[in-house]
Design a binder for this molecule. Structure first.
Ligand code: NAD
Length: 305
């Protein structure tokens, strides 16, 4: 996209937290006319200090915006911000693109899209993976739920913050893809951790078991990239006392969203709900701030004696 086009696209960026702030910075660097806002004054100050022009209220940010990009903690925050005569949807000029990059419930994402469309706007959900490191580096993966006609605009915009953009289908499909993936990730990490603890009990070295699994049919990202034991994969969080990475609290959140979707859609799943319970317990303690691969410590502790 040419810089001339970027500067004519005005983006209200709401939610300048751990992810939103570096994402907004990358949009500014790409030449977009960004105006940010966060309800927390310290987040607003940090964003201003990082060179992101900010408004004093959400409505001021939204006035005159072509795109309203949200990066909120939950679907409740999003729906509350959208609704009502003083909400974002009422404040925006018609045909504004409401682009939500938060990770939220599939049902809430669909509801948000319906609200936006019935208020005369356009809508897309584009949750991310890649964490704060990916947000800072502009290498996020975006899973996009949007109408085909909006994809050119979205690809240009999201390309300034990410390197992999996948159009998953219509409204809500981005969130759907994200929670399906993360449910599988949670299950596979528990499986990998149990395999390594079993290997320890059976007298295998971590390296020997890694050498087999990483080239055999048990191979998965939870072993080859985010290996829950230190040693075989030097970059995995296990080598730095499980500093995240992907925090247990976020895995617990995403599995909670997967659980809602499993219930709503009547899937007879057993492992997804079990993984949700395991990570909910993990995140209730110090696991909240540790990498989710630290679940192996819990399994090892429970296996002692
Ligand atoms: P965060 O809590 O750091 O940031 C969210 C920000 O939204 C906060 O600063 C909050 O004050 C602000 N906010 C809430 N309501 C608002 C409103 N009405 N108007 C303006 N600002 C408002 O969270 P985060 O870590 O940046 O994550 C954001 C989203 O991205 C979440 O949905 C999370 O699940 C998802 N996500 C996070 C990561 C990660 O590694 N942190 C990775 C992938 C996805």
């Amino acid at each position: 996209m040419s810089e001339t086009t970027n500067t004519t696209t005005r983006i209200a960026f709401l939610g300048l937290g751990h992810m939103g702030e570096p994402m907004a910075e990358n949009l500014v660097k790409a030449g977009y006319d960004v105006i940010g806002f966060d309800v927390v004054p310290t987040a607003l100050e940090a964003a201003r200090a990082a060179g992101i022009p900010c408004a004093d209220s959400a409505l001021e940010a939204v006035a005159g915006a072509d795109v309203v990009l949200t990066m909120f903690p939950s679907g409740r925050h999003l729906l509350e911000a959208y609704r009502g005569s003083t909400g974002l949807l009422a404040a925006a000029a018609s045909d504004t693109m409401f682009l939500d990059c938060s990770t939220i419930d599939v049902a809430q994402a669909r509801e948000a899209a319906e609200l936006a469309l019935s208020a005369g706007h356009r809508s897309a959900d584009a949750p991310v993976s890649g964490g704060v490191v990916g947000a800072e580096a502009g290498t996020l993966t975006f899973m996009i739920g949007a109408e085909e006609k909006d994809m050119d605009q979205l690809n240009e915009l999201l390309g300034a913050m990410g390197k992999r953009l996948v159009h998953c289908g219509s409204h809500g499909s981005g969130q759907a893809a994200k929670i399906c993936n993360n449910m599988l990730l949670g299950i596979s990490m528990i499986g990998a951790a149990e395999a390594f603890v079993l290997g320890e009990k059976l007298g295998l070295t971590h390296q020997a078991l890694y050498d087999v699994i990483s080239t055999a049919s048990g191979q998965c990202w939870s072993v080859t990239t985010n290996c829950p034991v230190p040693g075989p994969v030097p970059a995995s969080p296990a080598n730095r006392d499980y500093v995240p990475g992907f925090a247990g609290a976020l895995m617990a959140k995403d599995l909670g969203l997967a659980l809602n979707a499993l219930r709503d859609s009547g899937v007879a799943a057993e492992l997804g709900p079990l993984a949700e319970r395991i990570y909910r317990d993990f995140a209730a303690g110090e696991g909240a701030g540790r990498d989710f691969s630290g679940i192996i410590t819990e399994i090892r502790n429970r296996s002692a004696g």
